[in-house]
Write a protein that binds this ligand. Structure first.
Ligand SMILES: Cc1cc2nc3c(=O)[nH]c(=O)nc-3n(C[C@H](O)[C@H](O)[C@H](O)COP(=O)(O)O)c2cc1C
Length: 377
């Protein structure tokens, strides 16, 4: 089976039309609808799905909307900025592209297009261990700040190698994913016959059986060797001790785990339930965030991802105490809709929404988004 089965099947429209088409997408939901028509059924099922009954997946999104924003009036918001500093670098807004696997399933240019889109939008990108493009190639494609997401498999040497390569390529940080001792049970992957199409690979982990294609079995069988159920706090400590780059522990929901991660050397926490793809039943990340923020108590930055689809969600996350948010699936929808320009449009939509939400809430800059917005004054 060729690569063409997995990438957009339609003839791309002319550049002018394509730019117009992207501008007509007004929300990330609009983008998702179009992406669905551009993706193979298998790629769509892999991207969109969650674990089990997809309860956590659904609540990740709906729970943000339940939080009221007590807007302030009569604040001078004539000069506004969504800009901030992330990982010591200027960022156009407190948003990163979350690590997601196999971008070539969405677009033939894969992670290079995503990185170019992030550069255009002025935001950092986190590259998945399961990327379909070599990390050095991605680093050469764009100048956005890059972070490497790392899974530790049975063979810890692979993780060490990935960390060394990220350092050599000038990355600004690492995210060690800690919520994946085994893969979540994702029915959509099984029913859609998930496999890695011929011509695609988890190239950064090559040397194992990364090129192996398996028909109709789900990711657990195809990529089971990339993770390990024996990973513990010792491994987090080990990874933190290996590198000068800040290591963020990604996939934490509990306050006690957050404290323990910081004690183990983590220099940041990503509150995440893997986009509802691991333990179905775990809380929506917005419900986990306040406890983690309190536990960490300003010692390290706290990021959050899961179900963030609107600028107002970003405002809510920052008001609760997050330093920044990550978005996963929307970036894939942007990539499927228009390659790098689609990714840039995805972030443009979020930036415009965040800017509008800040103005209406009485916040001229990111620093003025504070907890008082979440309660009656
Ligand atoms: C298709 C897909 C692949 C993913 N691959 C990875 C991965 O390789 N490593 C990782 O740590 N998280 C991975 N995630 C989880 C994301 O980093 C992020 O936590 C999640 O997508 C955020 O939720 P959202 O998609 O609702 O924004 C993946 C998520 C999706 C949807």
């Amino acid at each position: 089976m060729g690569l063409s089965e997995a990438v957009p099947q339609r003839k791309p429209p002319s550049t002018h039309d394509a730019a117009d088409d992207l501008r007509r997408l007004l929300s990330l939901d609009d983008m998702e609808s179009v992406a669905r028509t551009r993706l193979s059924e298998m790629a769509h099922a892999y991207f969109v799905g969650g674990a089990g009954d997809e309860r956590t997946l659904g609540q990740n999104r709906s729970a943000w909307a339940e939080i009221d924003i007590w807007h302030r009036v009569l604040v001078d918001v004539s000069k506004r900025s969504t800009a901030c500093t992330l990982f010591g670098r200027p960022s156009s807004m407190p948003i990163l592209a979350a690590p997601t696997a196999l971008h070539k399933l969405a677009h033939i240019e894969g992670e290079c297009a995503t990185a170019r889109g992030c550069e255009a939008a002025g935001v950092p990108m986190v590259i998945s261990s399961l990327a379909s493009t070599a990390i050095e190639e991605i680093a050469a494609a764009a100048r956005c700040p890059l972070l490497m997401q790392v899974y530790l498999g049975q063979d810890r040497a692979l993780g060490r190698d990935l960390i060394a390569r990220a350092e050599a390529a000038g990355f600004v940080g690492l995210q060690l994913t800690v919520d994946t001792p085994v893969w979540g049970l994702r029915h959509r992957e099984i029913t859609s016959g998930f496999h890695i199409p011929a011509g695609m690979d988890v190239v950064n982990l090559r040397g194992q059986d990364g090129g192996k294609s398996a028909q109709g079995v789900g990711i657990a069988q195809v990529l089971g060797w990339t993770i390990s159920p024996s990973v513990t706090w010792k491994d987090l400590e080990w990874a933190c001790g290996l590198t000068k780059l800040p290591v963020y522990a990604k996939g934490i929901c509990r306050a006690d785990d957050a404290r323990r991660a910081v004690d183990a050397g983590a220099r940041g926490i990503v509150v995440s339930n893997h986009g509802g793809r691991q333990l179905d039943g775990t809380p929506a990340t917005v419900r986990a965030l306040p406890g983690v923020v309190r536990a960490v108590d300003g010692r390290v930055p706290v990021l959050v991802d899961g179900g963030i689809r609107r600028g107002v969600d970003v405002l809510r996350a920052i008001a609760i105490g997050a330093t920044a948010v990550q978005v996963g699936r929307p970036v894939l929808w942007g990539l499927a809709c228009g390659g790098s320009a689609g990714v840039a449009r995805c972030f443009e939509i979020l930036r415009e929404e965040l800017d509008r939400a800040m103005a209406l809430a009485g916040c001229a800059d990111v620093a003025s988004i504070q907890a008082d917005l979440l309660q009656q004054g």
